[in-house]
Design a protein around this ligand. Sequence first.
Ligand code: WQD
Length: 344
Amino acid sequence: MSKKVLVSGGLGYIGSHTVVELQKSGFEPLILDNLSNSSPQVAGLIGRITGNRPFFEQTDLCDFDALEGFFGRQGPLAGVIHFAAFKAVGESVAKPLKYYHNNLLSLINLLRCMGLHGSPPLVFSSSASVYGQPARLPVTEKAALQPPASPYGQSKQMGERIVDDAAKAGQVRAISLRYFNPVGAHESGLIGELPPGIPDNLVPYITQTAIGKRERLSVFGKDYNTPDGTAIRDYIHVSDLGRAHVTALERLSKGNNASGHEIFNLGTGKGYSVLEVITAFEKATGVKLNWDFAPRRAGDVESVWADTTLANLKLGWKAEKGLEEMMVSAWKWEKNLSAGILDQ
Ligand code: WQD
C-alpha cells in the first residue's frame, strides 16, 4: 500500500512539523508549496531532524494543470493533508479577493484532482476562529459557528463547507481539524514559525521582543472579564498539532471515521491569559520581557478554550506538551533564526 502523503504547504509552520511526524510514523510526505510564506531551506532542515530530506516541488495549487500533473506522476496516494493557504487576518481585510481566490481555488483544485486520481482521504486545516466568542466554554465542535470577523476566517468556514458538501456527495472522505492557538517549535530548534515582517501573533512577538528585534510587547486590553483582565486562549504546541494530523490520516485510512466529514477541535483544553503566557516565557527562559498595556485589538474575543473530548476519544490523541515546553522551544527557534539558521 502506498505510504505517499501529499502535504500542501508542507514547508510552512504547521506543515513542516507535520512532515516530521509523518516521517516518524513511516509515511512518505511529498511537499508542494508555492513558497509564498515559507523558505525552501526548510526541506533540508527537516532532513537534519529526521535523517530523511523530504520530496519538495514548488507548485501553486491554484494552477490546476500543474497540480494534476503532480497527481499523474506520483500514482496512488495514501492521503492528502492540505495546509497551503494565506493566513494573515489583517491583510485579508485589506485584500479579500486575494484570500478568497487563493484559499478557495486551491482547495477546489485539490478536491478535483483527488477525485480524478483514486480519491485519497483528506485532512483539512481549519481554525477555532469559526467559533468567534462562544456562548459556553470550553467550546465543543457542536457550538454554533459565528459570522467570521475577517475574509481569512470566512475562507476557513467556506472551506469546511466545501469539504462537507463534497463529502455528502460521496466525493471525498475527510477530517477537518480546528486549531486553537498553535505556538512553539520543534524541540531541535531547527524548524519553527517564520512570521513575515511584524508578527501579529503573541508568541512570535514575545520572542522577537526578547531577542531585541522589537522594542516592546503591547498587551492588548487589560479590562476583559477574566481573572487578570487579559484575554484567554488555548495555546497548543505545534508538534502536538503535527501528530494529530497523522492520527487523523490513520483514522481515515483504516475506515474508522464515523462519517464522510468529521470535525475535531485541537487544543489542550486549558486556557491561559496573555499575562500568564508572558510569565511562563520569563520563567522558562530567564529572560525579562519589556511590555506594557495597550488598548484592546479590534476583532479580538475575550476567552476561548477547547473541549477536546472528541479528539481524545475518537482520534485517540491528546496534547502532551505544556506551556513551558512551548516557550522554551519558541525561544530556541528564535535564537537559531537570529543566528542565521536559514542561511547555513
Ligand atoms: C493571542 C492573544 C491578543 C499579539 C489568531 C487568528 C486565528 C489563528 C491564530 C491562524 C490575544 C494578544 C497578541 C500582541 C497581545 N490564525 N496579543 N499582543 O488572535 O487568538 O488568533 O491567530 O492562522 O485565526 O485570529 O492569536 O496570537 O494574535 O493573540 O496582547 O502583540 O494575545 O490580543 O488576546 P488570536 P494571537
